[in-house]
Design a protein around this ligand. Sequence first.
Ligand code: FES
Length: 608
Amino acid sequence: MQIKIHPNTIIIPEDQETLMEALIRHRLPVQNICNGKGTCGKCKVRMIGYVSPPSESDIKHLNKIELQAGFRLACTVQPEDGMVIELSFVESQDRKVSALLGMKTCNLDPGIEKVYIQTSKPTLADERGDWDRVVDDLRAATGRSFEKANLYILRKVPDVMRAAQFALTVTVADDKILEIESGDTTKRLYGVAVDIGTTSVAVALIDLNQGDILKVLSTENEQTAYGADVISRISFAMENQESAMVLRVAIRRTINHLLEELAVQTGIQLKEIFKMTVVGNTTMHHLFLGLDVSHLAVSPFVSACNRPLEFSALELGLEINSQARIQLLPNIASFVGGDTMGAIVGAPEVLAQGNHLLIDLGTNCELFLKTDHTMMACSTAAGPAFEGAGLAHGMRAKQGAIEGVTITDEGVVCEVIGGKEAIGICGSGLIEAIDEMRKAGVINKQGTIADPKKQPTIAPELLKRIRVGIKAREFVLAYGTSDGYDVTLSQKDIGEMQLAKGAVCAGIKTLVDMAGITVLDLDSVTLSGTFATYLKAQNILSIGLVPNIAPEKIKTVGNAAHVGAIRVLMDRRELAMSRDLYSKIRHVELGGSAKFSKYFMSSMYIEQ
Ligand code: FES
């Protein structure tokens, strides 16, 4: 049996395999949040030509237009010979883009430069070799010495020199020559900052001559097909060597795909990218490098390497200039990685005098506390709810996602990204919806949706919106049009959010206790993470995501981890600073803390 994946890939499913299992086995990108149970509705593909009858899950998760257009959930499709499938391509831009726009300008000293030299033509009176000529002229132009020969460059020197009358551009980093090109290409020097998230990956293309952000793109991390969170990725990687390689290939393919897209959309050539900086949690860092992750998740939770690292693009299989420098920010511990260090570099105000807390919100949530006496960090598993995943109608913050909710006795008004019909809800919408539902009495402080039969004191318009879903009650946020479906929040969704916010709030209380201060002693609380950009201090406080603190002390800084990667890309001193910092930060393990467990129970309530 053969299935064609549009446009030209053929896969051969095995007996009893679902379409999604076959896609994963062939390493094709498909989202698998619920492990193929048919409950997350994320593994959407489109069938071209023959379309199989919709399953119950298809009908529940897809709207009429999607069903008519041939969309089906891959985990419910039984392969048949001759099927033609189009994979639903992820959007290449979302809020990660705008989450960077508020970035403050920083110093420009990337540690890579292009130098134009006009070398002299060899003569019988000047028989110096081509390479020697380059090295001499470069020393004259820069006052620095570049003695180390690079075989890759030596082999092309003669041709490059003669292609433009001995005029050439040399790209240098420290005392190394990375590249030589004919003519004057000094204006074309680029770098890329990469943020490898568990759920999505973002790249920012920077002009290293001007310091301008030229383009930011993001897409789903292809590793999502093998598990929604770091623990499931670690388990998958530990199955055997091939599984670990599958994850390594998946993340590199995701990055290379984004790089190609950057080149297409901006007209630059990939070989003009000479520097890349990478931030990611420790698991993503290890999987990207192909390091052993088996010790990350078992006590005493040790990483293969924490210190900052540098490789060439060639070593890591990245499709930019093969000699480009790839720098990874240091990890702090097994679950507090280079992304946290990136967030600190990206939001340097947390290092100012006083007591400052940085919360990097994501599937894994990291906390960094700086007081006048200590620096501490910890992580707490929030789950994918903040990213809009794992919810009945959860989605990333893109077109069609509910991002804001207002509930009055007259009904519910949703703010939808793009202003069109709501098709789901993202993390910021979820927090606002839960806060509003609590204020309107739709849920109580335990998070339980009111029983309409018990005639709670809720406005009739809101009462109508409470109904019994598949297993428990749900609340309709937005009614679908005739072709659409209703966007609801189920009891389970609310529970997911309570777990996530309980973990964050308990982490804050524990860390502050351990530092010997109280929450009231905090001078600032900085929330970072793409979705945090769109949170309102009032909602954060009233659902109890952070403990009681003056709202003016709370601020959001966008995707600070990615901003940190950009700052390191633009200014080499930032990497030196992170090298200096990482070993001074004390890591706190919350796992075995009785204090954390106690705080966690009380932090699940939806209240201040
Ligand atoms: S993986 Fe198919 S619905 Fe979740």
